[in-house]
Design a protein around this ligand. Structure first.
Ligand SMILES: [Zn+2]
Length: 235
């Protein structure tokens, strides 16, 4: 059985909710997607962190990776090592991963496939100002897609095809969207979800934006859209 528990759904900065972090569990696997600000506190209350099999970091923006520093302290103080899949770039947070013995770092490449304890991960480079990868995760029965931060790109079709549930970057209303934007709009998330017949969870929600308006816009184009909540979803 595949499940998803959003631990943080804010974009930019945390409020009562952390920024990006998503716990994905299979029958024998637990994988964390992104580790934004406030995610570690949620994670340690959600599972025994020692049972985590891998961390995937979509990209090294602070709202997706800033808790890597406190995860490092946790691993070091408990004598643990964790597999990390992340883009290789020259950001300070990537240097934290590369420079720490507690992280077993594998750089992500476009179209790379990895199997972790029975879950197959397919990585796709997406369209964001820094090197960023979305990921499709399947247990062979159900499939989750995570777009990470992105604007439109060809790989979104590869990422979303065959998925049952999609976590999509919905940072802005369509009136704010431009071809050069770093993010998708609510309308674009909805249209992509409809095209692929996948249920959509809108995430990376800006705290200073009217989220009811985002949801309203998305549902006008495709009713199977919801705002991602901090609860467990079974696929
Ligand atoms: Zn970003």
């Amino acid at each position: 059985m595949l499940s998803l528990t959003p631990l943080g759904t804010n974009g930019l900065y945390p409020t009562d909710k952390p920024t990006s972090g998503y716990l994905v569990k299979g029958d024998n696997a637990a994988i964390l997607l992104d580790i934004g600000s406030g995610v570690f506190a949620r994670l340690i209350n959600a599972i025994d962190v020692k049972s985590l099999n891998a961390l995937v970091i979509s990209h090294f923006h602070f709202d997706h990776a800033s808790d890597i520093g406190v995860l490092k302290y946790y691993l070091e103080s408990n004598g643990l090592k964790l597999k990390v899949f992340a883009p290789l770039d020259d950001s300070p947070l990537c240097k934290v991963v590369m420079g720490s013995k507690c992280f077993d770092f594998t750089p992500i490449n476009n179209l790379q496939k990895v199997v972790i304890n029975g879950l197959l991960l397919n990585f796709y480079q997406v369209n964001h100002p820094v090197l960023t990868f979305g990921v499709k995760i399947t247990d062979g029965v159900k499939t989750l897609a995570y777009t990470a931060d992105t604007n439109l790109c060809d790989n979104l079709d590869n990422l979303l095809s065959g998925a049952n549930l999609a976590l999509m970057d919905c940072c802005i209303l369509n009136g704010m969207w431009k071809e050069s934007s770093p993010h998708l709009s609510a309308k674009l998330c909805a249209e992509l979800g409809k095209k692929h017949g996948v249920n959509v969870l809108l995430t990376h929600l800006k705290p200073n934006l009217n989220q009811a308006a985002l949801l309203y816009e998305a549902k006008r184009f495709y009713p199977n859209c919801e705002l991602a909540l901090l609860k467990e979803y079974t696929l």
